[in-house]
Design a protein. Structure first.
Length: 317
């Protein structure tokens, strides 16, 4: 399950006793929470899948499917969807050590015994919600750290580390699918002269603008634009043949022309331009992914030798 966005928090109450459900609802609503009721374990599972509650309160003893089995099935659902564990609080009239151990073994985070001490229940639910919030904050922090570790600090596209990682990952996937994969290497023409003419601060702004153009050209979620190094960029295009890669290169050329970033230091035109090398292959276990880089780099060299502000193609047979 993913993190809930319920505000106020949503509590799922599962109990076959209607009077107990009403009491639990009232206790939770007094705390300002939303409440939804399930009449048994099967109903609880259905509502859990549909609503993704923040906390589940489940009675241990219910007909058809008891609370222990219900907890286990909730965990199965969460593992299947690759999400976090939703806190489950077991409500039980069984206070023997074996029943308590069974509750925890089934996936419950906490438990209360009947007759319920309502102040204790409220504190424990509040504590579980605080744990969920803390976990969410930690997850957000981890995602931000991952983003920082895999993004170029200046241009905000993927960095070289992420490029290398993603190339290997998609190479293996395309090899399994027997699908084509393309790579475009891009180099800003006469970038050193750009820095000499306008200064390094404008040079940084130039890199940002080019990165944005490339990132927009990598339209699909599986495409990756990355800063390869210095004024060089790359676009990984999984499941893309040569014709598809050429279309992306043309989109980049058009965007660069429309942007018309002034470049008085260029030896070929008055605006900034890119040279691009394109390589395409169907990954195979006898070919290393580095060969795709080598081929794209060779095509890039050919584009520069031919006068820059253009692209060339190199296919790996």
């Amino acid at each position: 399950m993913t993190f809930s966005t319920h505000n106020p928090p949503l509590i799922l109450v599962a109990d076959d006793d209607k009077v107990m459900r009403v009491c639990l609802r009232q206790a939770m609503e007094q705390e300002g929470y939303q409440v939804v009721e399930a009449v048994d374990g099967e109903n609880c599972l259905a509502l859990f899948s549909k609503l993704n509650p923040d906390v589940v309160l489940v009675d241990a003893v219910m007909p058809h499917m008891d609370g222990f089995t219900c907890c286990q099935q909730i965990q199965v659902l969460e593992r299947r969807e690759g999400g976090i564990q939703t806190p489950i609080l077991m409500i039980t009239g069984l206070d023997d050590e074996e029943s308590v151990e069974q509750a925890f073994a089934s996936g419950a985070i906490d438990f209360v015994t009947k007759p319920i001490h309502w102040a204790v229940l409220r504190r424990r639910v509040k504590h579980l919600l605080q744990q969920v919030k803390l976990y969410e904050q930690l997850q957000d922090a981890n995602e931000e750290l991952t983003r920082l570790a895999t993004s170029d600090g200046l241009t905000q596209v993927a960095n070289r580390r992420r490029f290398d990682q993603y190339l290997q990952q998609e190479w293996q996937r395309m090899m399994r699918d027997r699908s084509p994969m393309s790579l475009i290497l891009c180099d800003i023409d006469f970038f050193k002269l750009y820095n000499d003419t306008y200064g390094h601060q404008d040079g940084d702004d130039c890199l940002k603008q080019v990165a944005k153009i490339l990132d927009r050209a990598a339209k699909r979620s599986i495409d990756l634009a990355a800063r390869y190094g210095g004024e060089e960029f790359a676009i990984i295009l999984p499941n893309t043949d040569q014709e598809g890669a050429l279309r992306v290169a043309k989109v980049i050329q058009t965007a660069m022309t429309d942007k018309a970033i002034p470049h008085r230091g260029s030896k070929i035109k008055e605006t900034l331009s890119l040279s691009m090398g394109i390589a395409t292959t169907v990954p195979h276990n006898i070919i290393a992914p580095e060969m795709l880089i080598t081929a794209a780099d060779r095509a890039l060299y050919q584009a520069k030798e031919a006068g820059r502000d253009r692209f060339r193609v190199f296919s790996i047979s």
